[in-house]
Design a protein around this ligand. Structure first.
Ligand SMILES: [Zn+2]
Ligand SMILES: [Zn+2]
Length: 394
């Protein structure tokens, strides 16, 4: 296809920034992305794409090219996080307690601008590009999209997903073949003891003391029961709630956290976790309800798409822009659910950490900020990868 990528992206630059700021200023939580999805839908329709709405706020736009070919899907997310933004930016969130602190505003912008550019070249396009805007990535929005038919009619032959990433330097792109992102399951343990006054503890059973033993046991499990190199496993506790009076022993204690695995053995890990928790609680004279729900499964990149993506990054940003070592991590992404439907996929991270611009704060943090110069880079990489896939697989 005859596209002068840099020129066309540069021509849209001001509009790209304005669009990202508009989405950023109006963040919405998972499955509540009403304004954002309406904006996306309206724009896709204006570009001439057929659209369908799935799972309430999810949008899929289909751009059928003028030439026959394969179908490639570009996936992005719409949701923001329950964090208060207070950084004085002129386009700071107007929705109290909600903030685009992961960069999904950037991803939605990138996809929309690619749709706009490619729609103008529709006749030359060898195949179909599907733009999927997914709700609630931070929860588990992928499955409702799949159940609602996001991967049907047309069914994609490949899926590409990107993430801007503040923890990599600006312009470095991290990608690797095989498993790159851990599965992440959320657990809730409700430990039941028996309440009593603190001066006669023998008349009750403390779920708090039991919880202390449970914490030690699961910490030992993750540290000593799995091979650190080949069976990466991480169990983290983020919430403990019990009691409402300092001199009484309460009835129950609730522990919530996550279990992450970056190897193909999560079912066994979950079973062992449940067995261990139940055994410890029994030994401490408590009972326990164990709930484990899926946040996302393990994400595995396709080898061929990885090779293609790496080449595109090298050609666009130079060979030293590619980071392949140390890019696998315990952070999850429910993009994995789409790959697990038997469709090869590639997920890659585009670094935008820039100390001079103050864009090195972690994601999911109130200080998170984006170096907006990354938007044009992301549009170029993602669009080139999509076209390269279609051109190489005609
Ligand atoms: Zn996130
Ligand atoms: Zn994210």
């Amino acid at each position: 296809m005859n596209i002068d990528f840099k020129k066309e992206i540069a021509a849209l630059h001001d509009e790209t920034i304005a669009l990202r700021r508009d989405i950023h200023q109006h963040p919405e939580l998972g499955f509540q992305e009403v304004r954002t999805s309406a904006l996306v839908e309206e724009k896709l329709k204006a570009f001439g794409l057929e659209t369908k709405r799935i799972a309430g706020t999810g949008i899929v736009g289909v751009l059928k090219g003028g030439k026959p070919g394969k179908t490639v899907m570009l996936r992005c997310e719409l949701d923001a996080l329950p964090i208060t933004e207070d950084n004085g930016l002129p386009f700071c969130s107007v929705n109290p307690g909600v903030m685009h602190a992961c960069g999904h505003d950037c991803h939605a912008t990138v996809s929309l601008q690619i749709a706009k550019i490619l729609a103008a070249h529709r006749d030359e396009l060898p195949g179909t590009v599907v733009f999927m805007f997914q709700p609630d990535e931070e929860g588990a929005g992928a499955m409702p999209m799949i159940e609602g038919g996001a991967l049907e009619d047309p069914r994609p032959d490949a899926i590409l997903g990107l993430h801007v990433w503040s923890q990599y330097p600006f312009g470095k792109v991290a990608l690797a073949p095989g498993p790159t992102n851990a599965s992440s399951y959320y657990f809730k343990l409700t430990i039941h003891g028996r309440d009593t006054s603190g001066y006669e503890p023998e008349k009750g059973v403390s779920p708090i003391i039991c919880a202390a033993h449970v914490l030690q046991a699961i910490d030992s499990m993750q540290a000593f029961e799995y091979n650190t190199v080949n069976e990466p496993t991480l169990i983290t506790v983020g919430m403990i709630h019990a009691g409402n009076y300092m001199i009484n022993i309460p009835d129950s204690c609730e522990i919530q956290g996550s279990i992450r695995c970056l190897f193909d053995g999560e079912k066994e890990v979950h079973a062992r976790f449940k067995e261990l928790v139940e055994t410890v609680c029994k030994a401490m004279r408590c009972t326990v309800d164990v709930e484990i729900v899926c946040g996302n499964t393990m994400l595995t990149n396709d080898e061929g798409l990885y090779e293609m993506g790496k080449k595109v990054v090298e050609e666009t940003l130079g060979a030293d822009a590619v980071l392949t070592k140390g890019v696998r991590g315990m952070g999850g992404d429910d993009l994995a659910e789409f790959f697990n439907e038997g469709i090869p996929g590639l997920y890659y991270m585009i670094g935008m950490g820039n100390p001079e611009k103050g864009t090195t704060a972690q994601h999911h943090n109130k200080d998170f900020m984006v170096d907006e110069d990354i938007l044009d880079v992301a549009i170029e990489l993602q669009m080139k990868m999509a076209l390269r896939y279609l051109e190489e697989n005609c």
